[in-house]
Design a protein. Sequence first.
Length: 348
Amino acid sequence: MSRFSKTILVLALLGASSTGFAFENFKGVGRQATPAEVKAWDIDVRPDFKGLPKGKGNVERGNELFEEKCASCHGSFGESNEVFTPLAGGTTKDDIKTGRVKGLSSGELPQRTTFTKVATISTVFDYIQRAMPWTAPKSLKPDDVYAILAYLLNLQEIVPADFELSDRNIADVQKLLPNRNGMTTDHGLWPGASAKKGGIGNGGTPDVKNVACMKNCKPEVQIGSTLPEYARTAHGELADQNRNFGAVRGTRTLGPEAAKKAADAGTLELATKSGCMACHGMKSKIVGPGYSEVVARYQGQPDAESRLIAKVKAGGQGVWGSIPMPPNAHVKDEDLKTLVQWILAGSK
């Protein structure tokens, strides 16, 4: 990811050098971006830690923040496998010493986790800072990101429980990542050892080996993977979210009738935009209960609407299991009411 960022930066600089040419030939079209506008977009953190904000956060504070903002999707200790791959686990003390996760090459790992794969700690920091939490990305302050990352590093047994991560010591933590030496550039995308052997362009040899079928080709197409049933409705109607042209179309996940009603009301789109569909299926449980389960539990209760509105806004834990639902104060009151009414009406 970081190398892609470098490539994009190079292309941006090349583009900047031709800005005068562009404006001369396309006068009146657009304008140069101001330094402030460029700075607002330039928020990535590179492996050399350029772009890393100043700050600090300890494991204890990270534990609190993780329970509040992350556990609803990742489990209390980052172990949940219901929606996402577990965050921590799968490495040994020897991996920390060598910087290579042995289980990746030996095939011993039952499942990969974030810290079995990632080679640069800046990647994890950058992703949390830009994309988390799912329902409110870019809402965490730098100190919050440092604290959450410190907690994850402690779960992975890379740092002790009393550790405080900061912009001053994060480079030292990089030297302890279990798979820090696991990244290779010896492939077709980037210059590597094979690039010296006459690879393609500026990169190395492509990492695929296959022979094109030229005759007697089998006409049938076999689907190699499908969405599991519990995840089919996680993001609403997939077909409506895909391009309306070209060979690839999204599958219908809600059915034509339900999709039409939801589209007419606009509520499904609101539920998706508000982050509801990330944790709740229309009929079955994902992280939280399916909407049909909610309807069954609250059926016939006169105060069901007001109770649900309050619960969705404040969040809670224990009613449907140990994984808490985060508060949704970012959703407007009128939107909360619309969503709850839609759920109690059968999500139609």
